[in-house]
Ligand binder design. Sequence first.
Ligand code: AMP
Ligand code: MN
Ligand code: MN
Ligand code: MN
Length: 279
Amino acid sequence: MTPANFDFHCHSVVSDGLLPPQDVARRAAANGVDLWALTDHDDLGGLESARQAAEEAGMRFVSGVEISIEWQGVPVHIVGLGFNPAHPRLTAGLHELRSGRIERARRMGDALAAIGIPDVYEGALCFVTNPILISRAHFARYLVSIGIARDMAGVFQNYLTPGKPGYVDHRWATLEESVGWITSAGGLAVVAHPARYKMSGSQMRNFLDDFKDVGGQGLEVTCGSHSPDHVMHFARLTRHYAFHASRGSDFHGPEESYVDLGKLPQLPEDLKPVWRLLS
Ligand code: AMP
Ligand code: MN
Ligand code: MN
Ligand code: MN
């Protein structure tokens, strides 16, 4: 059945979102979403309650995750959809990926202490809702709360992005690992918010060549952080690579997101939507 409004990218308190999975489900349904995936960063812990709440609210549900990887030194996010959440290769890979976050967060705390902002790791922990999933978003919320910047965007711009004092390198998963975990669990892999990566046009094509080679199948064409020009650009690349197209708000919370669940433009009509690949 053709969905009227699918949203395949959003977060709950299981990663760095602000609402419990059930509340994200209800909000999606209230906004008219009829086919939905929860895609927390590196963690599948919210899927069961999300599925239940989605079904109660009359939405079809697809399992989802957003995996943190690094490709040629560039941090990239790969969304997995429609996989078996109990598959051991996927769960073991994600488990290891999550574990690395704590040590990285400590180093971020040390780096910020070195420029005179002490105890940020401890402060960020107060904003963490899943002890194994500390993210830069939690650091940003804490830094806003102590008045270091006016909003999240300001904190990221001045402290938490590459080249800024609170940013530290980290070894995430590889492209091949992430796509392998997803596809071996029966799911499909999609590049999240492709316009957000600091890549030249030729780097992006190399990246998409590699993504296709390892079994990737989709690109987010319409998403919370894409302008109309981005949509056109990534629609062209989707056609060129014969990928399927995805659509996702990347909702994190009512006051913190570019767009609300389901409130984004439809995909360009000629593209093949990713939901067609899900049985
Ligand atoms: P991490 O996975 O720890 O590297 O944290 C990345 C998360 O930080 C993203 O998923 C967003 O939720 C958030 N984030 C990244 N950049 C920004 C930004 N410029 N403004 C607000 N939030 C951001
Ligand atoms: Mn996030
Ligand atoms: Mn992301
Ligand atoms: Mn996201």
